[in-house]
Ligand binder design. Sequence first.
Ligand SMILES: [Zn+2]
Length: 48
Amino acid sequence: MTIHRCKRCNYVYIDEEQEIPFEKVSEDYKCPRCRTSKKFFVKKQSPK
Ligand SMILES: [Zn+2]
């Protein structure tokens, strides 16, 4: 399972819980919690 974590606030974007995989969201995506931009998200593979 792929997740992306916001480096600023630790918000986690879980592809399987969203309609769009993180890689496909628009470049102007903002973290819903701290409003930081997509480039501050780091990709992680999480174990099931
Ligand atoms: Zn954030």
